[in-house]
Every structure is written in structure tokens, then in C-alpha cells.
Design a binder for this molecule. Structure first.
Ligand code: MLT
Length: 430
């Protein structure tokens, strides 16, 4: 690897240090570029910018590799539980039995939210999108824990906020759905594990006994693990950027939730199912929609295909595809028309030259929407489910940013507006 890079500007050479990560990713360190040369770099969308050095998640888009703290996602999805993965992401090591017991015990103890938070639900219209309520109420937690905005939180105080957020977000998330349905809100059940308790709060009624289906619990656990972190994606970068101003953990995560809500980010799995439903309503002829997707003059876009950073395949999609097959047959849904349409589109993408050449293979959003649908999760809740899974990643990234004492994020710009001009009084404007 080169030890320095050389930037030549106006005939003058400026050596720039080169930095190499543990997985041999190489970067030109331009921290001093502006001071030394007066130039900045221009990189819209930050596709070539390493905004931070992070020890949490490694992703190789060319090879289709994803690891949390060095552990392959395939192993974690098969062998681990969501709370164990959350501990791993947040604290850097796999927990011992005692550490995991303590971590889940603490989370269980904090699942209730202040009754005043519950009252805020009454102020939201029942038609409100669950993500709007989730981001508002997670932000509102700062009002209930005002000390969380202090820039000098001790390790214990940070841990307490971490536990509170891990514990309370599922409660608030399930309540956003209950609010939308006009159902009574269910209080958490502390005798249940994380995924089971969430399902109970979503689907049970005070009037009836709720039977948990182990297939659904295990599928949910896997989905949450697969979504738990994805290095510097849009919402995580948002959490780090907002957090870099010393904003509270709750405020930073709330900002991340808003970023995730965007259809170009976490809203994609909702769009996949809406697309499948639209194809079904149209008669279910997938070849017609494959042709539309290929037609430059047609505005139809296949949702859930290709990925910004994976140029080969999305390793999460391989795991989730297998899980989708297992879950749907375990639930007796293997013949559902939506699944048939999805399978035909998947087959076309994997075999049709047009899709193969453009690397438009099905991604994680394509399959997650199908499983959520099979688990009985309503479409508008899909992005909330993504937020539930991504929470430990956001927390880990916020905590790492704080521990590394990273400076406030403040990108530059290249101004392309008007040059200086004089103010013209309104009666003289033509
Ligand atoms: C994610 O998991 O955050 C998405 O795949 C988007 C991304 O990484 O850019």
C-alpha cells in the first residue's frame, strides 16, 4: 500500500497520509487538505468519503460480506439472539451468560413508559403513520430524562439511557400500531423475551388469551438480527451527525428514525409489498411488469432489487430468502399469490440478462416485506420493524462517536449562487 498520496495543485505537490483499516480498506487522509491547499473535496452523497473510523460493522460490497464486530452475519443469524447481538454491537464483545442475563434483565425492568407518554398518543390522529409517532415519542423521551442532554454523562448514565431506549422503543413501537387500529394499548409482559413481548404488545387483546407462535418468534428474532447494523447508512450517519452536536441519545435516534422513514432507505420494504399487491390486482402477469421495468420510457420501477453498496449480492438477502421459504411453509402460506409473484420476479432477476448485467438481484427489503406480511405485520409497520432491528446499531454508533470524542460534523460546500449584489427596494424591482 502507498504510504502517502500526492495531490498536485497549481504545480505544487502536497503529500497526504494514507490510512488503512483492519480489513485493508484504504483511505487518503485529507484532514489538513483545506488548511494546506485552500481546496476541499466535492463528494455528493459522500459515496467516496469515510466519515469516521469505526470498529462496529465491516461490510464488503464487492464480496457480499457483512460482519458485526468481526462475526459473520450468517453465524449470528443462525446461532444468536437479538439481545445478544445488541450487546455485541453496543459493547464490542459477545456477552458471558451473566452479562447477557444482566443486560436482558435490565431491559425487561425498563419496558414501561411514563404514563404521560401514553397520554400523548391521544393527541395524534389515528390515521397517523406509525413512524411519525415513533420518531416524535422517542424524541419526547429527552423531556422525560432531561439529564440525557448533558455532554458529560458518566459511563453508568450512558448505559442507563441505552437500557431505557432498548426497553421502551418496542413498547412505543407496538403502541403506534394499536393507536392506528383504535385498539387498547397493551402493557409489556416482563415474563416474555424481547421478540415475544413485542408480538404480545402488537397482537394481543385484554379480552383474549394470546398464543405465541414459535415460528413467528424465531423469524422475528432473525429479522431483527439481520437489520441490527449496516455501517454508515443514511440513518446511522444521521444519528452520528446529530449526536456529534452532543444531542441526547433519544434525540439522535429520533433523527435516525426520520431518515429511515424515507422510501429510499427503510421505507423500501413497504414499497416492495405495495408493488407485489399492485401486480396481483393487475392480474398477476409478472412478465408484463418485467417488460415495463426494462422499458426506459416506462416509469414503473421494480422495488427491492439492487443495492447501493452491494455490487455482488446482499448477504442478508441470502439468509432472509431461506427464512422466508421456511416461515411461509411453516405458516402454510407457501401457495400465497403474493409469494408466487415474488418468486417469479426473483427468478427473472436471477436469470434475465438485463437484470444480471445490471446486478439487479433481490435485496434484503424484497424478502423482509414478504416475511413481515406472512407474520401478520401490517404494511405501514414495516419501517417501524426496521427501526426496532436497527436500534442497537444506532446506539452502538452513537456511543462509539461519543467515546471517540469525535468533533461536531460540519461539512463544507461549494457555493454556486449569485455573487454579491445590492439590495433593491420593492418598488424598484422589475
Ligand atoms: C441498510 O440496511 O441501512 C440499507 O441496506 C441501506 C444502506 O446500507 O445504505
Amino acid at each position: 500500500m502507498a504510504e502517502t498520496a500526492e495531490i498536485i495543485l497549481d504545480g505544487k505537490s502536497y503529500p497526504m497520509p494514507v490510512f488503512e483499516g483492519t480489513e485493508n480498506e484504504k483511505a487518503i487522509d485529507i484532514n489538513k487538505l483545506r488548511d494546506q491547499t485552500g481546496y476541499v473535496t466535492l463528494d455528493s452523497g459522500y459515496k467516496n468519503t469515510g466519515a469516521t473510523k469505526s470498529a462496529i460493522t465491516f461490510l464488503d460490497g464487492e464480496e457480499g460480506i457483512l460482519r458485526y464486530r468481526g462475526y459473520p452475519i450468517e453465524q449470528l443469524a443462525e446461532k444468536s439472539s437479538f439481545l445478544e447481538v445488541a450487546y455485541l454491537l453496543i459493547y464490542g464483545t459477545l456477552p458471558t451468560e451473566a452479562e447477557l442475563k444482566d443486560f436482558s434483565g435490565q431491559i425487561t425492568k425498563h419496558t414501561l413508559v411514563h404514563e404521560d407518554v401514553r397520554k400523548i398518543f391521544d393527541g395524534f390522529p389515528s390515521a397517523a403513520h406509525p413512524m411519525a409517532i415513533l420518531s416524535s415519542l422517542i424524541c419526547a423521551l429527552t423531556a422525560f430524562y432531561p439529564e440525557s442532554v448533558s455532554p458529560d454523562l458518566s459511563k453508568e448514565e450512558i448505559d442507563l439511557n441505552v437500557i431505557r431506549l432498548m426497553a421502551k422503543l418496542p413498547t412505543i413501537a407496538a403502541w403506534t400500531y394499536k393507536n392506528q387500529m383504535g385498539h387498547p394499548l397493551n402493557y409489556p409482559r416482563n415474563d416474555m423475551d424481547y421478540a415475544s413481548n413485542f408480538l404480545h404488545m402488537m397482537f394481543s387483546f385484554p379480552t383474549e388469551k394470546y398464543e405465541l407462535n414459535p415460528v413467528v418468534v424465531s423469524a422475528l428474532n432473525k429479522l431483527l438480527i439481520l437489520h441490527a447494523d449496516h455501517e454508515q447508512n443514511c440513518s446511522t450517519s444521521t444519528v452520528r451527525l446529530v449526536g456529534s452536536a452532543n444531542a441526547s441519545l433519544y434525540g439522535s435516534v429520533s433523527a435516525g428514525i426520520n431518515a429511515l422513514w424515507g422510501p429510499l432507505h427503510g421505507g423500501a420494504n413497504q414499497e416492495v409489498v405495495e408493488m407485489l399487491e399492485a401486480i396481483e390486482r393487475d392480474g398477476g402477469d409478472t412478465s408484463k411488469f418485467i417488460a415495463k421495468a426494462k422499458d426506459k420510457n416506462d416509469s414503473f420501477r421494480l422495488m427491492g432489487f439492487g443495492h447501493r453498496v452491494y455490487k455482488n449480492f446482499d448477504p442478508r438477502a441470502t439468509i432472509i430468502k431461506k427464512a422466508a421459504d421456511e416461515v411461509l411453509s411453516a405458516l402454510g402460506l407457501q401457495d400465497s399469490p403474493l409469494l408466487k409473484i415474488a418468486k417469479e420476479l426473483e427468478q427473472a432477476a436471477l436469470t434475465d440478462e438485463y437484470f444480471v448485467q445490471r446486478k439487479l438481484y433481490p435485496n434484503v427489503d424484497f424478502y423482509s416485506g414478504i416475511i413481515y406480511k406472512a407474520l401478520g405485520i401490517p404494511t405501514e409497520m414495516f419501517t417501524v420493524m426496521f427501526a426496532l432491528g436497527r436500534l442497537p446499531g444506532w446506539i452502538a454508533q452513537w456511543k462509539e462517536m461519543r467515546e471517540n470524542k469525535e468533533p461536531i460534523g460540519r461539512p463544507r460546500q461549494i457555493y454556486v449562487g449569485e455573487k454579491e449584489r445590492n439590495y433593491v427596494p420593492i418598488n424598484e424591482r422589475g
